[in-house]
Design a protein around this ligand. Structure first.
Ligand code: SF4
Length: 320
């Protein structure tokens, strides 16, 4: 069941008078109800911008977002407001994303007030309930964010996101600012909540091990483009795009004799600038298989194995 559909979504930012930063370029994909879609790529690849577009925080420059197959016009306040009841976000930095002047109870109940949910008494009860759901307790409602550790603050951020009973949550690198010892607790909490509440996640991260652990499907982004999209197991067992192979090469593989490891290329060089990008394949400047076609013609995302989509001219030939 399709929950959210992205059709040819692009997001551009103007830089100075003449330059355009293409943060997201022509992305089309579906997000299915109840799944976790992992979105990975190096920093600056556009994954957080995509998360903000999907959330309705940024208006797409081009393209259409559909919710349950109906277009959402994010420029209309009414549509945006209705959509924001369904989609919430958990931010990367639990230190910066909570207002230090507000109590935890106010932070969690703010969304319910904005959306006119419940009376004051019921909202208070729900704050207590949410604190317990995320592993805190009701006494925490009257305290301020600075009194909590990073992991506890992220739990507060999760309680805030859950308060208006969304169906869909963008998790924007929710554990990358936390100690490694706390990361698995937050991931396990997100998984438990998903099962209990039937949530759908877009989980943005640069750590492929974590993405593999939590995701049903994985989307690989590079320079604002979607390069590969497949089920989590499929993308690891049949990695097809040269960039995905290079990303995986950076992840330690438990079995060093694994045949696949011999084929993967190690990524070198920097990501090109997203300002006024060149025509052709976005990965051409770093790809060992690039030729003149790659440098002039953008590869379309196409299904090359069942439910496995890749944007590469040569995926069936040199790269395997
Ligand atoms: Fe490499 Fe060409 Fe494929 Fe791009 S289209 S990933 S440059 S082989």
């Amino acid at each position: 069941e399709k929950l959210i559909t992205l059709e040819h979504i692009s997001k551009h930012f103007h830089v100075g008078k003449k330059q355009t930063l293409v943060a997201v370029n022509d992305i089309t994909m579906d997000i299915y109800k109840g799944e976790t879609l992992g979105v990975v790529g190096e920093s600056g690849c556009g994954k957080s911008t995509l998360g903000r577009v999907v959330m309705g925080i940024y208006h797409p420059t081009k393209g259409v977002i559909k919710y349950r197959e109906k277009p959402v016009d994010l420029k209309r306040t009414k549509d945006r407001f209705a959509y924001s009841e369904k989609a919430q976000i958990i931010f990367q930095d639990p230190y910066a994303s909570l207002d230090p002047r507000m109590t935890v109870g106010t932070i969690i109940s703010e969304g319910m007030e904005i959306h006119n949910m419940y009376d004051a008494k019921k909202r208070q009860e729900r704050v207590y309930e949410l604190l317990e759901t995320v592993g805190l307790n009701r006494e925490h409602a009257n305290r301020f964010p600075h009194e909590f550790s990073g992991g506890q603050r992220q739990r507060i951020g999760i309680a805030r996101a859950l308060a208006i009973e969304p169906e869909f949550i963008v998790c924007d690198e929710p554990i990358s600012a936390l100690d490694v010892s706390i990361q698995s607790q937050i991931i396990n909490l997100l998984k438990e909540l998903q099962q209990k509440l039937g949530l759908t996640y877009m989980f943005i991260a640069h750590d492929l091990n974590i993405v593999k652990y939590i995701s049903d499907r994985i989307a690989v982004m590079y320079l604002g483009n979607l390069l590969e999209l497949a089920n989590s197991d499929e993308i690891y067992s049949h990695t097809l795009h040269p960039y995905s192979k290079a990303l995986l090469a950076a992840v330690p593989i438990p079995d060093p004799d694994k045949e696949a490891q011999k084929k993967i290329q190690v990524l070198s060089g920097d990501v090109p600038s997203p300002i006024n990008p060149k025509p052709g394949c976005p990965f051409a400047s770093r790809c060992p298989y690039a030729d003149d076609t790659c440098r002039t013609k953008s590869p379309e995302l196409r299904e090359v194995r069942p439910n496995h989509f890749v944007a590469c001219h040569k995926v069936e030939v040199e790269t395997n």
